[in-house]
Design a protein around this ligand. Structure first.
Ligand code: ZN
Length: 438
């Protein structure tokens, strides 16, 4: 009889142990998913705004969105995928809670920040990862969807001007090789007004490449005048810009600099690339004197007579290489020889064309008295005076020209001071308030 009791006792104990183990296992297995659900529920409860839940192949995603925005932007979807992917290998019940916040930046846009919290179950335990990204994308404040460039910029010339500012950021004072310089000048950057490859903060426009990596960070202070509502800050009052073409000249350019310095006046020099190459000291003296420098092609070609490729070579090519290696920066102003530039070239190069309102005709008269008379009788406020620093009579006339104009109440400014820094590619500028498409 005793052995029967013994067997029963053993059986009962075995059943009890099995049941206990089963119960324990059930509880153990349920614990982590329960913790996971509780964490997700708590995050949802604490959120004030829209909640969007999506099942993906990689796991479940709970988007905690700003109020009224129901559709996560592509950058948010990517951030969710990255959060799920950051969970340990073999995790099950994967869930990402992605909190989306929008920080207002100018132009009705917002900078998108994402905080991703990933949860999963690994070996019956709750695993959690956190991934944060700020300034992930720039979106429209009202919709949370990616912004396009035309929300910031009205016209294509303004877009090109912004690209050129980005090229300056990439090249200026960087001592680039010719190959690197050519790459900077031909990078597409913001390819058209539908471009979305940028982010905007209150201070900076950052242009991204095709892999969404930053390529150029452009301070808004450099480009505000090209953005929507931006305006030129033209120099008011009785101002005039003296300009000198065709130099530098090793003898006359220093004389002209001395006359300007003595009179406390500033001017703009449109130099030939070949001249900079031949007389780098004279060219550098102009830069060091604080006068402005523009370009006048490499060797004084009549641009409308050239193919676009040859024209580009006269503006960029050897011209910009020589300029860059001498001054360390990209040129910003172009005076086409004879004031002539065709529509096609103007559409292909990004420098504004600077014309003039008063022609001194110094190359024709070669006479100091005639130059002075011509300028005195045709100058007006906001105008640009064309002279040449390869004409001895011009160097001779300059002190009198300055004295006479000053006597009439003129102040001397550089071309970009006069025109106010909103100079557009494909446009030509004859003087203050006289801007025309090429
Ligand atoms: Zn010329």
């Amino acid at each position: 009889m005793g052995w029967v009791i013994g067997i029963v006792t053993v059986l009962v104990a075995a059943v009890a142990a099995t049941g206990g183990f089963w119960l324990w296992r059930e509880q153990r297995n349920a614990k982590a998913p329960r913790q996971l659900n509780a964490a997700v529920a708590a995050a949802k409860k604490a959120h004030r705004g829209s909640v969007v839940t999506r099942q993906t192949k990689a796991g479940k995603v709970v988007y905690l969105m700003p109020d009224g925005i129901e559709k996560p932007a592509p950058a948010v979807v990517q951030a969710a995928a990255k959060t799920l992917a950051a969970l340990p290998k073999g995790a099950t019940t994967k869930t990402a809670v992605v909190t989306v916040t929008l920080r207002g930046v100018p132009y009705g846009l917002a900078s998108l920040d994402v905080a991703g919290q990933g949860y999963g179950v690994v070996a019956h335990r709750l695993a959690a990862v956190a991934k944060k990204a700020t300034g992930l994308a720039t979106v429209t404040m009202a919709t949370g969807q990616p912004a396009t460039l035309h929300q910031l910029v009205d016209t294509d010339p303004a877009r090109r001007a912004i690209n050129y500012q980005a090229r300056q950021v990439l090249a200026d004072n960087k001592k680039l090789s010719d190959a690197a310089l050519a790459a900077v000048l031909t990078q597409p950057l913001l390819a058209d007004l539908n471009a979305q490859n940028f982010t905007l903060t209150p201070t900076t426009l950052t242009i991204l490449d095709a892999q969404s990596r930053p390529v150029a960070a452009v301070p808004l202070t450099r480009i505000a005048q090209f953005m929507k509502g931006g305006r030129a800050k033209e120099q008011p009052g009785k101002v005039i810009a003296l300009t000198f073409d065709d130099g530098p000249n090793p003898t006359l350019t220093p004389q002209i600099l001395a006359a300007l310095h003595q009179a406390g006046a500033k001017a703009t020099f449109f130099m030939l690339g070949s001249g900079i190459h031949d007389y780098p000291q004279a060219a550098k003296a102009v830069a060091e004197s604080g006068n402005e420098i523009g370009i006048h092609t490499y060797d004084h070609q009549y641009l409308p007579g050239l193919s676009v490729t040859a024209g580009l070579d006269q503006v960029y090519g050897k011209m910009t290489q020589t300029y860059y290696h001498t001054f360390g920066t990209l040129p910003t102003l172009l005076r086409p020889p004879y004031g002539a530039i065709g529509k096609q070239l103007a559409a292909a190069e990004d420098l504004p064309a600077i014309q003039w309102t008063t022609d001194s005709q110094d190359w024709e008269s070669k006479n100091a008295g005639a130059i002075l008379n011509r300028i005195r009788s045709t100058a007006y406020a906001g105008g640009i005076v064309l002279m040449h620093d390869i004409q001895p009579a011009t160097a001779q006339a300059l002190p009198n020209v300055i004295r006479t104009l000053r006597g009439q109440g003129y102040r001397f400014v550089t071309v970009s001071e006069l025109l106010g820094g909103r100079l557009l590619p494909g446009h030509q500028y004859f003087g203050r308030g006289d801007e025309r498409p090429v």
